[in-house]
Design a protein around this ligand. Sequence first.
Ligand code: EPZ
Length: 422
Amino acid sequence: MERMIIEKSPALEGSIRVMGAKNSALPILAATLLGTEEIILDDVPSLKDVEVIIEVLKYLGAEVEYLDKATVRINSAQVSKTEPPYELMSKMRASFLVLGPLLTRLGTSRTSMPGGCAIGARPIDLHLKGFRALGATVEENNEECYVEASAKGGLIGDTMYLDFPSVGATQNIVMAATMAKGETVIENAAKEPEIVDLCQFLNKMGADIKGAGTSNIRIRGVEKLTGCRHSIIPDRIETATFMIAAAMTKGNLLIENMIPDHVHPITAKLKEMGCTIEEGEDMVRVKGPEKLLPTSIKTLPYPGFPTDAQAQFMAMLAICTGEPSKVTETVFENRFMHAEELVRMGADIRTDGNVATIYGVRQLQGAEVRATDLRAGAALILAGLVAEGKTIMSDLYHIDRGYVEFEERLRSIGAQITRVDM
Ligand code: EPZ
């Protein structure tokens, strides 16, 4: 079994370049199913999750090839299948994002229900509410665990309200609405940068979308979408992870190929804690202070504090002595599993429902820990960088889903981290 061995590391220094965003690449790859001509995607991160969705596209009939490590050529002109295979769909929730494109392009699609995962039930009711609002007939078969949506005469635009600004539901509905008849308005839509990136990509392909990044997105249906070339935006969560790593290790780190606006909640909080942050057009330099000050965070949909950086931030708060810190998680119902792993490393964290209270300790101790989800794994690695002794982490597949060559890149800025077979 593979294990990550992390040891107490010197201050992280030097520079590191951020990769393309996983959570933008996945919906954009699903959206290529709408295209009838060649599409070239640049800055595609080489991740396990990206490999899975590319397998789904190939299964459905798309031509997909890597032109180089981060450039992918796709042509979906010949796509004809409407039912992705269970064994691929069950590997990764985001493959559910092929439903909207298949429904509007081919008039029907049947996919397995995306399961819940460690961080929550992750229902799909808002996705299905959107498809029904566009006139689709949607069958949810809970016994056989599949969803079938169809609209033989094509989808018809309408106005709909999302009870929660769901990222995935917004993306699935926008993609379905691109070729619906008439106009669609999504109210209380998600405003994440990955929504804006997807809509910019779709408009390059000939879609007619306005308002991406606001709570109201208006889509006017078009006959067909063609092809384009598009570069995936930098990963704001990877950026946040490296910023926090620099802060925790009293480092002095230059983080390049990032978008400062996308990480402003993190920047603001790190400044409150005593960090020095220098922003450039596409870079940020983070200097960690001798002593980090405690603070509190509350995760919210964008532009609030991102839930995907909550675990990493908690690892940092674990060593902020003084007043206790608080972490409130409002997006997912079970996203504190990393807390008990941090407690195994000597952290003093007490959770009560969706609120965690962190009493900072002077020193964490290395321990055997388990990555319970992608971001929890990153958090435990950061904790291992400042803990006395060795931290041995298992379940590394979570890390490989979301971070490109994580340990190699951390080593390049001074981290004592290796991956071994044990
Ligand atoms: C996306 O997941 C991201 N994944 C998640 O990143 C991220 O945490 C999340 O957005 C929130 O920012 C990808 O982009 C591939 P949601 P998604 O629909 O779309 C509830 C990571 O670590 N909800 O905005 O699944 C849901 O239960 C991953 O990279 C409904 O109730 O998130 C949750 O509580 C983790 N009904 C909340 O909305 C629905 O139909 C947010 O979910 C859909 C969602």
